[in-house]
Design a protein around this ligand. Structure first.
Ligand SMILES: *Cc1c(COP(=O)(O)O)cnc(C)c1O
Length: 351
């Protein structure tokens, strides 16, 4: 069957962003591909990125994601970013997945053949060992020959004030200095854009930036390009007469006879319902208004004066026309939510 929502992933844009970010960080990248590669399609993104010399490996949030990426056999390492359950560790180790260690219990469950990345909590207060305990865990991992790397995560590197992240980095360096031979990584996308190279780091982990988005105040640092174009198929076109209402709850009344294209994408695909009465769609080089309530599977678009027909695909967002950041703002969400919220109904294709 023909897909109604299609996300086209630009291999050129992704490669371009990864080159720029690696250049800015001064080190290779661990590309975060959690949450279906920020909605872009896990397999598609991994296949594009794996051959690039700028990519050291891939980072995932879930053990299941780690298994999926490891089984793609790209030859590049996979790092799990959240704790594995003890009973999951053997399979992860067998697949060569790098396992995060942030507690003594996790260390105790670590299979002897596994490579570990020590997780240091320097202020995010989410995962990892505080610096003093991290030293002990790191020494034990090093003694066993299992300490491949260590890392920390910034809580506010994408905020205009970088002081918190820099304090975190100082705390991380104090641990890092004890393990000079290990790999080390700290920056997410905000860190890479804000700070560029950081003392003695060997990798960086920019996620959202790799997919083409920068926080407003950092948007001039690199020429990042949105990787995804989302399009929706027109199912039908009809005329709503002046005075008629369109969609649920009568939120919009036609001020004049209006040509209406019904696009077969809705909030079940991940287009935010909360963008109702603000959303626009890019049609033949023009911004056109979404009329009334966005439905579960459809939305109605004013195409008056345009030659739009069933089977046409209209662009809901992309690098040209309507930026995904605008859609996120209309919906009251951030780009992370917009992209990761795209559902399994959305077909991913590489373009
Ligand atoms: C998600 C994540 C990243 C990437 O963050 P961005 O803000 O998308 O750059 C990096 N490191 C860890 C530990 C993460 O969980």
């Amino acid at each position: 069957m023909l897909p109604r929502a299609v996300a086209t992933i630009s291999a050129a844009a992704l490669s371009h962003n990864l080159r720029l970010l690696s250049g800015r960080a001064g080190v290779p990248l661990i590309l975060p591909v959690k949450a279906n590669a920020y909605g872009h399609g896990l397999e598609e993104v991994v296949q594009i990125a794996a051959p690039l010399p700028e990519v050291w490996g891939f980072a995932v949030a879930l053990p299941q994601e780690a298994v999926t990426v490891a089984r793609l056999n790209t030859g590049k390492p996979v790092l799990l970013l959240t704790p594995a359950a003890p009973e999951e560790m053997a399979e992860l180790a067998r697949l060569g997945v790098r396992i995060p260690i942030g507690t003594a219990a996790e260390l105790a469950a670590l299979p002897p053949e596994a490579k570990a990345h020590l997780k240091v909590d320097t202020g995010m207060n989410r995962l990892g060992a505080r610096p003093a305990e991290a030293l002990d865990l790191g020494r034990e991992l090093a003694r066993r020959g299992q300490l491949e790397g260590l890392y920390t995560h910034f809580a506010s590197a994408d905020e205009p004030d970088p002081s918190g992240a820099l304090r975190q980095f100082e705390a991380f360096l104090a641990v890092r200095r004890h393990f000079p031979d290990a790999l080390a990584h700290a920056s997410n996308g905000g860190g890479v854009l804000s700070f560029g190279p950081l003392d003695s780091m060997t990798m960086a982990r920019p996620g959202l930036a790799s997919y083409g988005y920068a926080p407003e105040h950092l948007s001039g640092v690199l020429d990042l390009q949105p990787v995804m174009t989302l399009q929706g198929r027109v199912g039908a076109v009809h005329t709503a007469l002046a005075g008629e209402q369109v969609s649920y709850s009568g939120l919009w009344t036609a001020p004049r006879d209006t040509r209406v294209a019904t696009v077969q994408v809705g909030y079940a695909d991940g287009y935010p319902r909360s963008a109702t009465l603000q959303a626009q769609v890019w049609v033949q080089g023009e911004r056109r208004t979404v009329l009334g309530r966005i439905c579960m599977d459809q939305m109605m678009v004013d195409v008056t004066g345009l030659d739009v027909n069933p089977g046409d695909y209209l662009t809901l967002w992309g690098p040209q026309g309507i930026h995904p950041g605008e859609v996120a703002r209309w919906g009251g969400v951030v780009e992370y939510e917009l992209l990761t919220g795209l559902s399994a109904r959305v077909a991913r294709q590489v373009g």
